[in-house]
Design a protein around this ligand. Structure first.
Ligand SMILES: Cc1cc2nc3c(=O)[nH]c(=O)nc-3n(C[C@H](O)[C@H](O)[C@H](O)COP(=O)(O)OP(=O)(O)OC[C@H]3O[C@@H](n4cnc5c(N)ncnc54)[C@H](O)[C@@H]3O)c2cc1C
Length: 362
């Protein structure tokens, strides 16, 4: 009998591990969402109706012999998983891939695809009604969202506020931020950096309704809608007592170089849920997945030297609308608008349709 590998979470890391081990193990992928959500394109889906359905990709074509269980892990032990449905199953290997959340619309908070798509459509409508948009956070999410909004509605006023002194934290050269500023300037995006709001707007996030707020530096902002674009969190409360020592105060999990939880032979973690000191990115989650899949395979085949993972250097490909953006990689250097758009204008959708064995949603 083939060993069972439980993969908890069907995001970028989870689907990659599950697929890579489908030929050698009985893979059980546990995921509460109805479909895979191509989160990298979530901000475009919040402004462009053509993208609303595309980001929901069915899991049906992912695995040949394994299965996807629509459920949530609520208590996880080294060889057993308790599910939200009340069921329990045992596994020989565990891969924790439960990722992170960040405020809507950067990550979606509805598990049914139709419900999540309906929410995106109502955001598109709310944005269409608003002349002035306020985004809190000048990290990758706030900047990317500003670019997407301006690409659809060039005449809207878009203001981005952030307490940090500059755009997008990370070890990037000055030229990266200068190019980003130049593109945002060209689009007319207003940046208020080094300050924050005295208090949040009275209206809820994503609701249309005029309001005035004041920054701590004394600038008054009139806007019609606002979105928080900061504050990701990790939920790893599901760890049972044997695994809980790996949990850091921020919820992220300590891992060894082999991406196992410390002291555990058969429990691995990938992606945003890990405390690997690097930028949290889908690309990193998939590189973790390669290492973990190789290691589980080695253990299943009887042992040998395990692969190790080294934290990636800071790099980014940051779209500013479908036709702009800036990229930086320590080896490739700086990418301007044209190469960035060539690389990422399509938001890598084809890559994930292929991985999931799916065809593009109409
Ligand atoms: C707007 C935006 C744009 C981005 N663009 C890029 C980009 O261009 N390139 C890039 O590399 N990165 C990008 N990122 C970062 C990227 O989205 C994350 O790093 C990536 O999603 C991490 O993948 P993951 O598999 O670790 O977790 P996730 O993608 O967060 O997936 C985790 C999955 O686990 C499930 N889950 C949670 N709890 C449980 C549980 N208890 N039991 C079972 N399942 C559970 C969730 O439903 C979810 O489906 C972007 C992020 C945002 C917000």
């Amino acid at each position: 009998m083939a060993p069972t590998v439980a993969v908890l979470g069907g995001g970028y890391g989870g689907i990659s591990v599950a697929k890579a081990l489908d030929d050698i193990a009985d893979v059980v992928l546990v995921e509460p969402r109805e479909t895979f959500v191509h989160n990298v394109a979530a901000l475009r889906a919040a402004v462009d109706p053509d993208w609303t359905e595309r980001i929901f990709i069915p899991y049906d074509g992912l695995l040949s012999r394994g299965r996807v269980l629509r459920d949530r892990a609520v208590r996880v032990h080294p060889t057993a998983v308790d599910l939200g449905s009340g069921r329990r199953f045992t596994a020989d290997y565990l891969v924790l891939a439960t990722g992170s959340t960040s405020p809507y619309p950067s990550k979606l908070d509805v598990e049914e695809a139709a419900g999540a798509a309906a929410k995106l459509r109502s955001t598109q409508a709310a944005l269409a009604r608003a002349d002035r948009v306020l985004l809190l956070g000048a990290g990758p999410i706030g900047i990317e969202f500003a670019g997407e909004i301006k690409a659809v509605w060039p005449d809207k006023t878009v203001t981005v506020v952030d307490p940090a002194a500059d755009l997008v934290s990370g070890r990037f050269p000055d030229a990266f931020r200068a190019e980003l500023r130049a593109q945002l300037d060209e689009l007319g995006v207003e940046l208020l950096l080094g300050t924050s709001l005295r208090e949040l707007p009275e209206t809820g996030p994503g609701q249309t309704g005029g309001f005035t707020v004041t920054t701590r530096s004394g600038v008054e902002i009139d806007a019609d809608i606002w979105f928080p674009c900061y504050g990701g969190t990790v939920d790893s409360d599901y760890l049972g007592p044997e695994l809980r020592p790996a949990r850091r105060p921020d919820g992220r999990l300590a891992v060894t170089a082999e991406l196992r939880l410390p002291g555990q032979e058969t429990v691995f973690a990938v992606g945003d849920v890990t405390a690997v000191p690097e930028m949290k990115q889908a690309r990193a989650a998939q590189q973790h997945a390669e290492v973990v899949a190789a290691n589980v395979r080695t253990l299943i085949e009887g042992g040998g030297t395990l692969a190790t993972y080294r934290a990636a250097a800071d790099s980014i490909v940051l779209p500013v609308g479908p036709k702009g953006g800036v990229g930086y990689h320590p080896e490739a250097g700086l990418l301007g608008a044209v190469p960035t758009a060539e690389l990422k204008g399509g938001l890598f959708l084809d890559r994930y349709l292929e991985l999931l064995g799916a065809v593009a949603a109409r």
